[in-house]
Design a protein around this ligand. Structure first.
Ligand code: NAD
Ligand SMILES: O=C[C@H](O)CS(=O)(=O)O
Length: 491
């Protein structure tokens, strides 16, 4: 069934290149389906290398003009974009939920989350300063200017179709860069709608360009940007294997990189924790977007003294979660994005059970609801050798492991190549700072499960990537220093 919006023109369903909405160079189209039913409800261009080249040409041609626009004027344009996003929260929220599957309340919430980054970088645009450096010798004036790096390529995932692309485009425009971008093949419509609103906000032709592409054609499109020396930066959010591929392929043209990659977050509950608060914190962090976020707890460690109480409370809360389509306002857990995602989740649960884990609630698909639904699941007696402990499940599965000592759980928590988010619950002030120091991750939640915020530097370490999005540091990812020294000034 087609999606009806208040603003039907927010479904341009075409590329935006050089200020023009256009089809793919060979007119091929890519179907977009609703994860709740697998029914096709829209289509977008299936981009080609020629489309990717046209996008770079447009972005390169527009760069010099955009970088010279006064920062306050760039800020005003970006602020107008923010205001348009917020004004269309209902349409954009419904669009997100339809193409990604998350409950409508989460879809609408994501719109405001995306807008928070746009508003933040509209403000940061006017604070791009540099340094006046005290000269070490007479007769010199020394300066450090921050300059935009140039054309940037943004490649984004399907799990937050608005927020992930907004927190790349906004700082890029604020810095004075121009953009070519490619959203995930499962969720292209939201990005196209955001670009449509950016056009309305007055972003000049060529400054922001978007190419959509299927999984099969994505390498062809992105390879053009990887090989083009005019593309000075890749900002990527997605899986670690793809991130490493992009890093390798960026070496020949020495592109700047921001890589927001996969996670394997530990969630640790100590004997001195508030157990009810820990359960609620896990519910918020683990089951948001059906467990399909990079910062979802993937391994839950509970100290022996509170293990039974915590597990019983958790199983009761998880077993009560309402699973269903975004069209049902009561739904708390939606469908997974596609069949591959459900297959991976099922494999993790079956592997854990085969390894000795027990299912306290859930553990199976929900075919009566649809092919992409999986029951919210609590596993106990999980261990480090299981796939659910080594790989990112990216679904509504909470594997719980009992532990005895602090030293033991720190070793376990850090025993992963990933390092994006980590969480723990404790009321022991000394333990809190021992853990915050010891955990190998870019983000740490202490007695808190909801961490995302535009004012905070978001990003990981180790195989979770590098670079930070948001915060006062987020603009630096799109800029470089130019040191200027004027001599021969002696009186
Ligand atoms: N760190 C973060 O902020 C963050 C946020 C969201 C998702 N993720 C991670 O992303 C993964 C899930 O998202 P996903 O399935 O969309 O990831 P993915 O890596 O499969 O795809 C991400 C993007 O990369 C593109 N892509 C895929 N193969 C490519 C190739 N060979 N060349 C160029 N581009 C390619 C996709 O089309 C998509 O646009 C999880 O690992 C999750 O942890 C991380
Ligand atoms: O999935 C990855 C997102 O970056 C998570 S968050 O919405 O930024 O917390």
């Amino acid at each position: 069934m087609p999606l009806t919006l208040q603003r039907q023109d927010l479904l341009p369903a075409r590329h935006f290149i050089g200020g023009e909405w256009c089809e793919a160079s060979d007119a091929r189209r890519l179907d977009v389906s609703d994860p709740a039913t697998n029914a096709v409800f829209a289509s977008v261009p299936d981009g080609t290398a020629a489309d990717a080249r046209a996008a770079v040409e447009a972005a390169h041609a527009a760069f010099d003009g955009w970088r010279k626009v006064p920062a306050k004027q760039r800020a005003q344009t970006i602020k107008r974009w923010n205001d348009l996003i917020v004004a269309h929260q209902d349409d954009l929220g419904r669009l997100i939920s339809r193409e990604q599957g998350k409950p409508l309340a989460e879809g609408k919430g994501e719109v405001l989350y995306a807008a928070s980054y746009v508003e933040w970088f509209a403000e940061e645009a006017t604070r791009i300063t540099g340094d006046i450096i005290p000269a070490p010798v007479p007769g010199r004036r020394m300066f450090a200017f921050k300059e935009p790096v140039g054309v940037i390529a943004a490649i984004t995932p399907w799990n937050f179709p608005a927020a992930m692309i907004a927190r790349k485009i906004a700082p890029a425009l604020a810095a004075g860069c121009t953009v070519v971008c490619k959203p995930a093949e499962d969720t292209p419509l939201t990005s196209l709608a955001l670009v449509k609103l950016a056009e309305e906000a007055g972003v000049p032709p060529g400054v922001l360009n978007i190419v959509t592409a299927s999984r099969e054609r994505t390498p062809e499109v992105v390879d053009v940007w990887l090989d083009d020396p005019r593309v000075r930066k890749i900002t990527f959010t997605g899986s670690t294997p793809v991130g490493k591929h992009l890093a390798r392929r960026s070496a020949d043209t020495l592109k700047k990189l921001s890589l927001e990659l996969g996670g394997n977050a530990p969630f640790i509950v100590f004997d001195d924790a508030d157990v009810d608060a820990a359960v609620e914190g896990l519910m918020v962090s683990k089951f948001r977007n059906g467990g399909q976020t990079c910062v979802c707890p993937n391994r839950i460690y509970v100290q022996a003294g509170v293990y039974d109480a915590f597990v019983a409370k958790l199983a009761a809360r998880v077993g009560a979660l309402v699973v269903g389509p975004a069209s049902d306002p009561a739904s708390q857990i939606g469908p997974m994005i596609n069949a591959r995602a459900v297959e991976k989740i099922e494999r993790h649960v079956q592997d854990a059970v085969a390894g000795g884990a027990r299912v306290l609630t859930g553990g199976t698909r929900l075919p009566a609801l649809g092919a992409n639904y999986f029951a919210p699941t609590v596993l106990v007696d999980a261990n480090a050798s299981m796939a659910c402990s080594c790989e990112e499940t990216f679904g509504p599965v909470a594997p719980v492991t009992r532990f005895d000592t602090e030293a033991e759980v720190i070793l376990a928590a850090n025993a992963t190549p990933f390092g994006l988010a980590a969480y723990f619950y404790s009321n022991d002030v000394r333990r809190i700072w021992r853990l915050a120091d010891a955990l190998e991750s870019g983000i740490v939640g202490i007695n808190e499960g909801a961490l995302a915020a535009e004012a905070a530097p978001f990003g990981g370490v180790k195989d979770s990537g590098y670079g930070r999005e948001g915060s006062t540091h987020g603009l630096d990812e799109y800029m470089h220093f130019k040191y200027v020294c004027q001599g021969s000034l002696s009186a």
